[in-house]
Each structure stands twice: as structure tokens, then as C-alpha cells.
Design a protein around this ligand. Structure first.
Ligand code: FES
Length: 179
């Protein structure tokens, strides 16, 4: 009988096999500019901005490899970068569609009917909160906390633009205009 030897792949192996990535020269320039605003011993102050730049260049999401590259660039522990990236809702840790739609569902917007807007959008796009459309056009972000435009509720943020006093018709017009 022939013995079959099979290599057991451990989580450690998988992690070691991950390819290290380098930040692009453009990203490094942008991070250097951010760093110039802070004392040299406080590189962590540039972390939020650095993650914004990296995410923007990587089609709207961060990978573990990119977070490691940011940690190396800013002389931070990897866990420090991951803690920040996983805490703030503006960072995505998985691939998402190219247009980021975030409907505020916090108290003021909720009182002004945000749930009916969420229901309308989910039905229109045939996806649930947290999902992207199959055509890669729209990402319906997980429920968003107050976006500080309470007087204009219900409101949503599409990419970096605020839209207020939403109605289903207004939402249709905005979403239909996204490429
Ligand atoms: S509760 Fe929606 S913007 Fe403040």
C-alpha cells in the first residue's frame, strides 16, 4: 500500500504566503504631505488621512496587505492600524461597488422617515443594507450613524455629497444618475 503524504496548510502558512504590497509613489507623497503637519515623533496622527488615501486609490476598500504597508510606512504596530480601520465606518475592509450610498438612520432621520427610505432603496436595488449591486454600481453601506445634517433628515451621503429632505422620488433621481 502506498502512503500518501499530504501537506497540512496552517493559518500561519497562509499568512506567510500573503504577498507584501508596496504603497504607490503617489500614495507615499500624499502621506508625506500629511506627515508634514505633525511632529516627527507623532506619525500616528497621519493614520486616518493615510488610510483615506490608500482606500481611495484601492477602489474604495482596504486589504490586510495595504494596512500592513501603512503600518510599516508610519512605524506603527499592525494592530494599531487594524483597530482604526475596523472602528471607523468610513473604511471598508472588503470590496464594494464604486458608488458608496449611506442612509442615515439615527434618531432625527429616523423620526423623519429614514426607514421608509431604506426600504425603498433596498427594494429598488434588490439588495440589503451592507451589500453591493451585482453590476458593481452601488454599495448600500451598513446603517450609518448621525452624519450631522439632522435638520435635513431624512438624508443620505453618496460618495462625498450630502442629500437632504429625501423622498422616494428624489432618491430615485439621485441613484439613477450614478454611473
Ligand atoms: S440623525 Fe441623521 S444626520 Fe443626524
Amino acid at each position: 500500500m502506498t502512503a500518501v503524504t499530504q501537506k497540512v496548510v496552517t493559518l500561519k502558512d497562509v499568512k506567510q504566503e500573503r504577498q507584501a504590497v508596496e504603497l504607490s509613489s503617489h500614495v507615499c507623497e500624499e502621506i508625506d504631505e500629511l506627515l508634514s503637519h505633525f511632529p516627527v515623533e507623532q506619525k500616528k496622527s497621519a493614520l486616518l488621512g493615510a488610510l483615506n488615501v490608500v482606500q481611495h486609490e484601492n477602489k474604495g476598500f482596504l486589504t490586510e496587505e495595504l494596512m500592513v504597508a501603512v503600518a510599516d510606512y508610519l512605524d506603527l504596530a499592525k494592530i494599531e492600524v487594524y483597530e482604526v480601520a475596523s472602528f471607523y465606518s468610513m473604511y471598508e475592509l472588503k470590496p464594494v461597488a464604486r458608488n458608496n450610498v449611506a442612509i442615515c438612520t439615527n434618531i432625527c432621520c429616523m423620526l423623519m422617515g429614514s426607514q421608509s427610505i431604506v426600504d425603498h432603496v433596498e427594494k429598488k436595488l434588490n439588495i440589503k443594507i451592507g451589500d453591493s449591486t451585482d453590476d458593481g454600481r452601488i454599495y448600500l453601506k451598513k446603517e450609518e450613524e448621525c452624519l450631522a445634517a439632522c435638520a435635513g433628515g431624512p438624508m443620505m451621503q453618496v460618495n462625498h455629497v450630502y442629500y437632504e429632505n429625501l423622498t422616494p422620488e428624489k432618491v430615485d433621481e439621485i441613484l439613477d444618475g450614478l454611473e
